[in-house]
Structures are given as C-alpha cells and as structure tokens.
Ligand binder design. Structure first.
Ligand code: ADP
Ligand code: MG
Length: 317
C-alpha cells in the first residue's frame, strides 16, 4: 500500500519519541510505501487533490531518521490512506489543509477525518462529556473566572484553548498575588476565551495518556511531572511510567467512543488525571514509543494493520 503522512518537517522528528516516525517505520518494515509532505504541499487542480510528496526512508538513526527522496506530484485519490499528523497550532494553514483534504471524502481514507479535526478543539472537545471531566468553565471574563475559582474551593488551572504540550497551562490560586495577572495574561485582558478547570491534586501522581484506535484502547502511559512543575507533558520534562487501564478509564472510553467514531476521530490520545477526562488530543497524539518500550508490544504494527484494513474498505460517507 501507499501511505502519505502530512506532517511537520522531518528535521523536527525525535527518533525515540515521535509517534509518526514509529508508525511510518513499521509501515516500511511491512513493505508499504511511505510518503511525506507538509500541509502546504497539498494542491488542488480542478477539484482533484494532489500533493508534492517525497518517498521517506526510515531508519533508527538519531542524526537523520527520515531521508526524503526527490519529490514528485501525486494524485491523492491513488494513494491508499493519508495520515494527517501536523502538530498544532491549528492556524489558517491547518484549516485550509483540512478543507483540501475534504476532496478525498469517499475516495481515500484520511486519518483523522478532516471534518473531525475541524470540529474538535483539543481542549473544548472534552466539554461534550461534562460528566467525565473536572468542573470546567470556558470564558474570557475575569470576574466569572474569579467566581468559578471560589466555587471550586480556591484553586484551579487555566489553559489557553490553543495550547499544546503543556504550554500556557497555569495554576490559578485565589490567594496568589499573581491571580489577576495570570487571568489577564491568558485571556489577553479579557479578549480571548480560556478554559478554567478544578485543580486536580492527583496530577502529581501522573497524567495518563491513553491512545485510542477506532475507539478501542491501544496503549497507555503515565506521565509524572517534575516536582516543581504543573505540566506533566513529556516535552516539559515529565517522566514516562507503565500504566494500566482501570474502571474509570474504561468508563470514559466506552462513553466517548461512539462520538469519536461519528466524528471520524480514529486515532486520538485522551488525557486522564485522577479518573477525570481533561483532554482529547486529535491532531497529532503521541506516546506510542514510550508505550512500546514500557510494554514490549508492537503497537505501531496494530496501527498499520488498522490502516491497511480500513484503507481497503474506503469510507463512503
Ligand atoms: N485540572 C487540572 N488539575 C491539575 N493539573 C492539570 C489539570 N489539567 C491539566 N493539568 C496539568 O497540565 C498538563 C497539561 O494539560 P492538558 O490539559 O493536558 O493540556 P496540553 O497537554 O494540551 O498542554 C497536564 O499534563 C497536567 O499535568
Ligand atoms: Mg495534554
């Protein structure tokens, strides 16, 4: 089969941490053709989506894990699946790329479905399941935020809606002298919406990342923050530990899976702190390499097998 990965420049790939790399490498091992392009390499001619792609050669070589061959134009209706794995931010370029990918609907499998990618802001998507998440408010109003923090006991976290990788997530403590300044910084003085959420002290025990494939759990990893940091994201220095699914996780997965399936969100990473759903990562969820090292299971092979199966039964929606 021929798979195209729309993603960031190959120079950004960390050979031991990148989830796209692990899936691409496994696809290559299984004898598939793996192509790479950037979102801006997509092009539309008379309603037919093409891309200027380069065949990728993958190797566990930290200096150059992905070598690209000379680029060529390809009609994307002729490839078997497109994996959209560009990292956030969700900016205009991302939006336009997702709209171009619409032209493959019913022709070539796109993971995740571009409509789902547009509908699901990674922070706001959890709000479809208020019963699964910690008390949360989305607002730009300082006084509403203040009242919410009081209502949940005096401590909360505030998150920018377009943050990723722990960026901009801050503790919001009522008696802190920076209380107002933090709100004004994150809301740009009341001009931008932000998410405020009950502070979960369990974050210290770890933030569980669970990867879901087709609504089923693929693997899990517990990310434990450094002693002096609220963010447990691995990019922020959090450490990876083995994780197992408990009843709360299984309940969360069973509840959200039908909605994910409906939205075409086939490969996502959910974040669970203290049994509560805090985030649904849809653009470029990561963690597969840590999960594979901790369990010894070849999870990338399961993703490739899923791609092969679903590329053969092209979605007609
Ligand atoms: N409600 C919360 N209570 C305590 N810590 C939190 C809470 N929400 C998030 N965090 C901490 O902030 C980190 C990043 O938050 P998250 O919502 O997953 O955003 P992102 O990973 O996109 O930056 C989490 O890994 C966790 O350590
Ligand atoms: Mg997160």
């Amino acid at each position: 089969m021929r798979f195209l990965f729309v993603m960031d420049p190959v120079a950004t790939v960390d050979v031991n941490a990148d989830t796209s790399f692990a899936i691409m490498l496994e696809a290559q091992v299984q004898g598939h053709r793996v192509d790479h392009c950037l979102p801006q390499d997509l092009f539309l001619v008379a309603g037919v989506l093409h891309a200027q792609v380069s065949r990728a050669h993958l190797e566990r070589d930290p200096t150059e894990p992905i070598k690209l061959a000379q680029s060529e134009a390809v009609n994307l209706e002729t490839v078997d699946a497109v994996f959209m794995r560009k990292d956030p931010p969700f900016d205009s370029n991302y939006l336009w790329a997702s709209l171009l990918l619409e032209h493959l609907r019913g022709k070539t499998l796109v993971v995740n479905d571009p409509r789902g990618l547009r509908d699901a802001n990674e922070k706001l998507y959890t709000c479809n399941f208020p019963e699964l998440m910690p008390e949360t408010m989305v607002t730009s109003h300082r006084e509403r935020i203040r009242a919410f923090v009081t209502q949940v006991g005096g401590s909360a976290v505030i998150k920018p809606l377009d943050g990723a990788g722990g960026e901009g997530v801050m503790a919001l403590i009522e008696r802190d002298a920076n209380f107002r300044a933090i709100i004004d910084t994150v809301t740009h003085n009341g001009r931008r919406l932000a998410m405020v959420q009950r502070f979960l002290p369990e974050y210290k025990q770890g933030d569980k990342r669970i990867l879901l494939l087709g609504g089923e759990p693929l693997g899990a990893v517990l990310r434990v923050p450094k002693a002096d940091d609220i963010a447990s994201n691995l990019h922020m220095g959090g450490s990876a530990h083995a994780a197992y699914l408990d009843d709360a996780d299984r309940h969360i997965i069973a509840t959200i899976a039908p909605r994910l399936q409906r939205d075409g969100l086939y490969f996502v990473g959910i974040d669970v702190i203290g049994g509560k759903l805090t985030e649904v990562n849809v653009t470029s969820p990561t963690g597969i390499q840590q999960m594979m090292r901790l369990t010894g299971e070849n999870l990338a092979a399961q993703v490739v097998a899923w791609l092969v199966e679903h590329a053969q039964n092209k979605p007609q929606r």
